[in-house]
Design a protein around this ligand. Structure first.
Ligand code: CU
Length: 102
């Protein structure tokens, strides 16, 4: 019983501590290009271009290419597993980023 309570408490703490971290997209760059987060955190990519659309595509994970998003729009993804996750922008293959989840 105490063990179950401890597990429940840990889950609650993990949920409460889970953060949302912003990555900006400007001038065809993900800023920062590489980011380290904790398991359970969410990244919110915010397009702060003047008029250019982008997307965030985890192609190596086998994901289908997501929709483009436009200035002042954002895209979010929660990372529930540790690892290194490389991504890129679909229409602009030179735009790359890395998420490291610890
Ligand atoms: Cu792009």
């Amino acid at each position: 019983m105490i063990k179950l309570l401890l597990i429940a408490a840990l889950l609650i703490i993990q949920t409460v501590c889970a953060a949302t971290i912003e990555v900006n997209i400007k001038k065809f760059k993900f800023i920062p290009q590489q980011i380290t987060i904790a398991v359970g955190d969410t990244i919110k990519w915010l397009n702060i271009e003047r008029r250019q659309y982008h997307n965030v595509w985890f192609e190596a994970l086998g994901d289908p290419e997501p929709d483009y998003f436009f200035p002042d729009e954002s895209y979010q993804r929660t990372f529930n597993q540790a690892g290194q996750f490389n991504y890129r922008c679909g229409p602009h293959p030179k735009m790359t980023g890395v998420v490291i989840v610890k």
